[in-house]
Design a protein around this ligand. Structure first.
Ligand code: B3K
Ligand code: ZN
Length: 849
């Protein structure tokens, strides 16, 4: 192992850096295997900080020369960094190092992707570029000179000058090193302009590899919409002369908010109707917004230390979800966000990887860019806003930007602006940041003399390192419906602070039906003993779209669980009620498509586990197939009608209206293809002029076992398009019958276009395998073994992506003894791998614990 005894970093140990960085000058002489980085940095001793030895982070750097105030020195260098004696006052630090970007397959620091140079520094990648205090609370202005043969050379900030073989950039905004970026390559740009509300003109560019120019227009439109939205809604303006976005094929995550130079995984910025699905368009719009919004929430106000990550990520996710709501409608956005939260964050929070929104220790910070920090972090902000109200939220945010602009801030700073603007004491609310685990909320109802009483109890089960929990503040949005379906009490927010608490609604003439946790007002598991009739009543009448959907979702789940456990037949009362909703043309197509959805296989596995049953992946898969077949036959009259409503005749547009129709059409197709032998899917495939229709048709042909010709045709058509090829790789595995998934995955790893070192391609194959629940969890353990073989191989090249994919095993304790021991054996195999990365070691140790 690289780290025989990996070190753990604790929030409680925070100490400020003993020096200030006044400015940073960097010169890059780019060469694939021997890039020289020459740094000139002015340091000054910070007052009010304890005596420290002067330590600069540095990893995988070949030190050529170091000097202080012009005098060469020989510092002590380890694999973590460098220490030396420094003068008492201010001084000039100079260092020249050599690095090897072409050999950098970890994609952290300076690396090469398809012949271009690019960087990724968050969280701790800058230390692979030069020796530096690589911590977010050290902020400085950067001036960067790039020397290379590449036609395009970019860095943060504003352009300062350029000539034959060189370019200079200056970023006037002090920033931490994790926001540093450099790109050099043969790139084409898609330019545009934006004028801020105070009249500043900004040049906008999306830079791409030759051939991708035609896929930039949508991203540019999304960028301009984001800039405008942040001015209108948060009063935030852009602050440089240029804003550059670069698309890169090899990237560990979605995108990165480097100041003035956002770098994107090409899959998260390049879009065209022929090559991208509606879901791709929506995701691209959201990620462009997210990275842009970081300019204020992350860059202008950054984090004091990495434990505060949710300060920028939770808030920025919250902001991008507001943006998407505004662009595309709030109802289905909320439903999709909750599906995502329950599908990714809940399992994390209820298993061995559970950690607070603000973790208190880590070995490898990259392992904490999690659904808990991001998505639960955003939910916490949503709750705060609900508790204080929209107006107070806006005031608090204004104060946050005023008070902390230029700061490296903490969660305490964040909560203080709310306390100061509202006069509230948020000390109990703060538990949302420190207590891990998903609270369980149970509710009982009483009715007497015109008074309806709801009594809630909250309880959070133990999580790693946290045996006992205290009650949290829960905003519970409730509405009451009369027996005739009218709303008698509109949405009211109950503020629960105790472990057990009752709330009365008085003066009612009849016992109402309660709609509880509207809009999913708190990230909890709501345990409500309620009859199927009551759920059906909410499906028919609830005015809250989320709860209407959720009541239906619970009926679907209960129906499936009865099928899985007792071999029951599908619940026709539920299906008939749902049919009435689906026939209601006043309801938006995208909402009806959501209502047609069923809980996924992992959600059912979790639900069974929670009720004390051991989930059988095959039985879950079979029940879903049976139910879909049953619905297809029962709704044989309904489906053509819905298909007609879903038809889009206008030219393709990725806006909400058409997207909603296509979503409904594709839900219909997935049923229709079960009763027409795949004819409708084949017809849709043959006629499709956009990827949304083409891909869904292909998925249904695969499920129907009729895709051989279409898969070949698809390959022939798209073999030169990397992003579409990722879909081709993934879909064959994700849509395959479980019995075939592993063989397909194995065969695809032998395909000439499979690339171990390209995270998108690796995830296309193995993400799809993990997502094929019954296939991955095949009883003989071959799915676990195949994934492990490849994780072991990838770890030597790219620890970050390997570590992230280890979470496929986080739910292992749900399954039967045999599967548990098969998974344990694979985790132990990973653990003893030679030179196991710190990233993967930490993940596997936590999962096993
Ligand atoms: N801040 C980056 C994520 C960096 C991940 C480092 N492992 C993207 C984002 O959240 O916007
Ligand atoms: Zn972010």
């Amino acid at each position: 192992m690289k780290d025989a005894a990996p070190t753990t970093v604790y929030l409680a140990d925070y100490t400020p850096f003993g020096w200030q960085v006044e400015d940073v000058h960097l010169t890059f002489r780019l060469a694939p295997n021997a890039t020289r980085v020459i740094a000139r940095i002015h340091f000054a001793r910070a007052t009010e900080t304890p005596e420290q030895t002067f330590f600069l982070h540095g990893e995988d750097l070949k030190l050529i020369r170091a000097a202080i105030n012009g005098e060469e020195i020989t510092p002590e260098v380890t694999d973590k960094g460098l220490t030396c004696d420094v003068p008492g006052g201010s001084f000039l630090w100079e260092a020249e190092v050599e690095i090897d970007p072409a050999a950098n397959t970890a994609l952290e620091g300076l690396y090469m992707s398809g012949g271009m140079y690019c960087t990724q520094c968050e969280a701790e990648g800058f230390r692979k570029i030069t020796f530096y205090p690589d911590r977010p609370d050290v902020m400085a202005t950067f001036t960067v000179r790039i020397e290379s043969e590449m036609p395009v050379m970019l860095s943060n900030g504003n352009p300062k000058g350029a000539g034959e073989g060189w370019a200079e950039w200056h970023d006037p905004w002090p920033k931490p090193a994790y926001l540093f970026a450099l790109v050099a390559g043969d790139l084409r740009n898609h330019p545009d302009k934006f004028t801020t509300k105070s009249g500043q003109k900004v040049d906008l560019n999306i830079w791409v590899r030759p051939g991708d120019e035609g896929k930039c227009a949508f991203g540019m439109q999304a960028l301009k919409a984001s800039m405008k939205w942040d001015e209108d809604v948060y009063g935030r303006e852009y602050d440089l002369d240029v804003f550059n976005i670069v698309a890169v094929d090899d990237f560990n995550m979605g995108a990165m908010e480097n100041k003035g130079l956002n770098i994107f995984n090409s899959s998260c910025v390049l879009a065209s109707p022929e090559t991208s699905t509606d879901a791709n368009f929506e995701r691209i719009e959201a990620i462009i917004a997210h990275e842009y919004f970081h300019n204020w929430t992350g860059n202008r106000i950054t984090c004091r230390d990495w434990f505060q990550l949710c300060l920028k990520e939770g808030l920025t996710v919250y902001r991008d979800s507001q943006f998407t709501s505004d662009m595309r409608g709030p109802e289905v956005k909320r439903i999709n966000d909750v599906i995502d939260l329950r599908g990714r964050q809940f399992p994390e929070d209820q298993g061995p990887l559970s950690h607070p929104v603000r973790p208190e220790s880590f070995q490898e910070i990259n392992n904490f860019y999690t659904a808990t920090v991001y998505e639960k972090g955003a939910e916490v902000i949503g709750m705060l806003k609900r508790l204080v109200g929209d107006e107070a939220y806006a005031k608090a945010l204004d104060l946050y930007f005023d008070r902390h602009d230029g700061d490296a801030a903490t969660i305490e700073d964040w909560l203080k602006v709310f306390e100061d603007t509202t006069g509230r004491d948020l000390s109990q609310f703060k538990r949302w940041y420190s207590q891990s685990g998903t609270p369980r909320l149970s509710v009982s109802e009483d009715w007497a003399d015109g008074t309806f009483t709801l009594t809630f109890e909250q309880h959070t089960p133990p999580t790693p390192g946290q045996e006992t929990k205290k009650p949290q503040v829960l905003p519970i949005a409730v509405g009451l419906l009369n027996p005739n379906g009218d709303e008698v009490v509109p949405t009211t927010v109950l503020e629960m602070t105790e472990a057990r608490q009752s709330f009365d609604f008085t003066g009612l003439s009849a016992r109402p039906t309660a709609s509880i946790l509207r809009e999913f007002s708190a990230p909890v598991v709501l345990d409500r003993k309620s009859s199927a009739e009551e759920r059906a009543f909410l499906v028919a009448h609830d005015t809250d779209a989320f709860n209407r959907w959720d009541a239906n979702n619970i009926l679907a789940r209960d129906c499936l669980m009865a099928m899985i456990r007792d071999g029951a037949t599908p619940d026709t009362v539920w299906l008939d009620g749902l049919e009435t909703v689906l026939r209601d043309e006043t309801l938006a197509p995208d909402f009806r498509a959501s209502m047609m959805g069923l809980p996924g296989q992992t959600e059912l596995a979790q639900a069974l586990h929670e009720r004390g049953h051991t989930p059988d992946p095959d039985a879950i898969y079979d029940a879903l197939q049976t139910l879909q077949q049953f619905r297809a036959e029962r709704w044989a009259d309904l489906l053509p009608k819905l298909a007609e409503e879903a038809r889009v005749t206008a030219t393709y547009d990725p806006g909400a209206e058409q997207v909603g129709k296509r979503a409904l059409g594709n839900s219909v197709l997935s049923l229709l293809s079960r009763i027409d032998g795949g004819a409708a899917a084949q017809a849709q495939y043959d006629q499709a002029d956009n990827m949304t229709l083409q891909l869904s048709a292909l998925a249904n042909l695969i499920r129907a076992g009729k895709a051989e010709t279409a898969l070949q045709a698809f390959y022939n058509q798209w073999q030169d398009d990397r992003l579409v090829m990722d879909k081709w790789f993934g879909l064959q595995i994700s849509a395959a019958p479980p019995a075939e998934a592993i063989d397909r995955a194995k065969a695809l790893t032998e395909h000439e276009k499979f690339e171990l070192t390209n995270p998108n391609r690796f995830r296309a194959v193995f993400g799809a395998l993990i997502g094929n629940h019954a296939g991955f969890h095949r009883a003989d353990g071959t799915g676990y073994a195949l994934l492990t073989d490849w994780l072991i191989r990838l770890d030597d090249k790219n620890p970050q992506t390997t570590a992230r994919m280890c979470s496929a095993f986080q739910t292992w304790k749900r399954y039967d003894q045999s599967r548990q021991s098969l998974i344990r054996a694979q985790l132990e195999r990973i653990k003893v791998k030679e030179n196991l990365s710190r990233d993967v070691n930490e993940m596997v140790t936590r999962i096993l614990s």
